[in-house]
Design a protein around this ligand. Structure first.
Ligand code: SAM
Ligand code: SF4
Length: 332
């Protein structure tokens, strides 16, 4: 599939649910989202049908996300079903990691190839502040479980927010002794009209990747460490990150800059929301409803909807970012 700007689109991010066992302050309101009803949300069979059609049109990679994908009942069966679809070459997941100690083995056996685990702070109290309900040790145990069962690569995604004043070097050091790929992601002021409780958070909280790199290297120097240098090799599925590494480290440190460095020209993705809307761009609220076509079992209409969304992919995102839905509903 090529979009109208000549970009090859072969990657689909699927939100399995808008529900979550955390309540991260930048992602959803304190009381949680008003959950989509059972009828609104796509069944696992409907998701499988959509992926089958999408694979025929060139989608090769699928990422399962949410909300928290591991709270969706039957997620292991979905992974197994997607693995069997001709043309799907890899299946990955973005998760907060809490349920990985219980589920990692089954997911690996079902065919999940790789995981990204979200972790924004290494400080217990701040972890509770950011996730509102989570425990740092649970996510750390999820990272251990992912490495133990052999997911490769295992990436750790940290959203950087200026007012959180995170221990950037501490994060970067996670990449030294174990094959962990730490990625710093700029905070995106998405969903602010959807009540995610971030009054006052905005552009001032975005720390550019350049500044992050400079700060990490200054802190490393103060500890007598060598600075980060461009990595020899990018981890698989490197996407839009720029990768660096400490000399001799087993993992890498990546910087993803959706705001300070638009990577729209490299965009290869479409998104499917949990309630069956195809979203051409994370930053635009334009969506195309594919649920009715899926429920009617009409694969031609499903394909037509995919093509319509593809045709509507903007060349780049502009200053206004989509704000009507939280990241948990879009599938971040
Ligand atoms: N629950 C899973 C998790 O947290 O990994 C998957 C869904 S979550 C919406 C996916 C990613 O989006 C997480 O890494 C999260 O940190 C990120 N995210 C959520 N809101 C964000 C925002 N406003 N700016 C940047 N990243 C955000
Ligand atoms: Fe849940 Fe992930 Fe959103 Fe945090 S970022 S509330 S873990 S969906």
């Amino acid at each position: 599939m090529k979009d109208s700007h000549g970009r090859k689109i072969d990657y689909l991010r699927i939100s399995l649910t808008d529900r979550c066992n955390f309540r991260c302050i930048y992602c959803m309101p304190e009381e949680g989202v008003c959950p989509m009803s059972h009828d609104e949300i796509l069944s696992l069979e409907e998701i499988e049908r959509l992926v089958r059609v999408a694979a025929k049109h060139g989608i090769k990679s699928v990422r399962l996300t949410g909300g928290e994908p591991l709270v969706r009942k039957g997620v292991e069966d979905l992974v197994a079903a997607l693995t069997g679809i001709d043309g799907i070459e890899n299946i990955s997941m973005t998760t907060n990691g809490v349920l990985l100690p219980k589920m990692a083995e089954t997911l690996k056996t079902a065919g999940l190839n790789r995981v990204n685990i979200s972790l924004d702070t290494l400080d217990q109290d701040q972890f509770r502040e950011v996730t509102r309900v989570g425990k740092l040790e649970d996510t750390l145990a999820g990272i251990d479980a992912a490495l133990e069962v052999g997911f490769d690569p295992v990436k750790v995604n940290a959203v950087t927010v200026r007012r959180l004043d995170q221990d950037l070097l501490g994060f970067a050091k996670l990449s030294i002794d174990r094959p962990l790929h730490v990625r710093f992601i700029e905070y995106m002021p998405v969903g602010q009209d959807a009540g995610n409780g971030l009054a006052g958070w905005g552009q001032g909280d975005v720390i550019s990747s350049q500044e992050l790199l400079e700060r990490i290297n200054a802190d490393a120097k103060a500890e007598g460490m060598e600075p980060l240098a461009p990595a020899d090799k990018n981890p698989l599925g490197w996407g839009p990150a720029k990768y660096m590494a400490f000399p001799g480290a087993k993992g890498t440190v990546g910087f993803i800059s959706p705001l300070s460095r638009h990577f729209c020209s490299e965009c290869n993705r479409l998104r499917l929301t949990a309630d069956g809307k195809i979203r051409p761009c994370l930053f635009s609220d334009t969506e195309y409803d594919v649920r009715e076509a899926l429920r009617a079992g009409d694969d031609d209409r499903v394909a037509a909807c995919l093509m319509e969304a593809l045709g509507a992919k903007p060349d780049e995102h502009h200053d206004k970012v989509g704000t009507e839905r939280n990241m948990s509903a879009i599938g971040g």
